[in-house]
Write a protein that binds this ligand. Structure first.
Ligand code: C5P
Length: 218
């Protein structure tokens, strides 16, 4: 696509899965590879935006011209997203954030014999919900809802409960889409009640489709 409709806009994207460490080698994580967030950053850059990408450890390179902010835990991602929020016109929270973290952290690797049978957990902040409270009305905040089964109903609930402007309902039980795949499929929903189904396509194509969908929000 040759669209340059994001010139003068700032786009803030989060990508990847957060890691909540128990000790220096063990963590609670998820299969997110950050490819969807990377595709969003690439698409926004191609369309002329200034892009900040807050990302967890990844096996890909951040594109030249994108401001990269590496983080590991949900707490760190939270701080980074809040720090870069003020300047952003479009914020896309595509990262898969752990919902919980181990309550205790050991700076030494725990010997196998001293691993607890049950791990005490505590919640991490819901970053996108916090961003919704902090953002101004001209800023467009987009979340993701990775779901199995019926994807629309839970996504609509998240859109409303987290007070987002739009959400990407993303099936994780379809072949060749979701976590780790180069391809994806989704239904975009916004707070005005618009819905748009995106047939299976590359993550980069889907990223462009999302910016097409959001451009109508300006
Ligand atoms: O509630 P659920 O985790 O399914 O919501 C998904 C959306 O919320 C995603 O946009 C994800 O990035 C965001 N999220 C977050 N902070 C959390 C959990 C999820 O920002 N602690």
């Amino acid at each position: 696509q040759g669209k340059r409709d994001l010139i003068g806009k700032r786009v803030l994207v989060s990508a990847g899965g957060t890691r909540e460490y128990l000790d220096p080698v063990r963590f609670i994580g998820n299969p997110s590879t950050g490819k969807m967030g990377l595709a969003l950053a690439q698409a926004a850059l191609h369309r002329g935006a200034r892009v900040t990408l807050v990302h967890t450890p990844a096996n890909w390179e951040v594109p030249l011209g994108v401001q990269a902010i590496p983080v590991t835990s949900a707490e760190q991602m939270h701080h980074a997203m809040v720090e870069y929020l003020a300047n952003a016109d479009i914020i896309v929270m595509s990262a898969a954030v752990a919902d919980v973290k181990p309550r205790d952290y050991s700076t030494e690797k725990l010997p196998k014999r001293s691993l607890p049978e049950a791990l005490p957990l505590e919640p991490v902040p819901d970053i996108v919900a916090r961003l919704a409270q902090l953002k101004q009305s001209h800023q467009i905040l987009v979340g993701f809802a990775a779901q199995s089964g019926d994807i629309v109903k839970p996504a609509l609930e998240k859109l409303q409960n987290k007070k987002l402007d739009a959400i990407v309902a993303n099936p994780i039980d379809k072949p060749d889409s979701g976590f780790g795949s180069d391809n994806n499929q989704a239904i975009f929903l916004d707070i005005q009640g618009r819905q748009m189904a995106i047939a299976p396509c590359s993550k980069l194509e889907m990223a462009h489709q999302l910016f097409d969908f959001l451009t109508n929000e300006f």
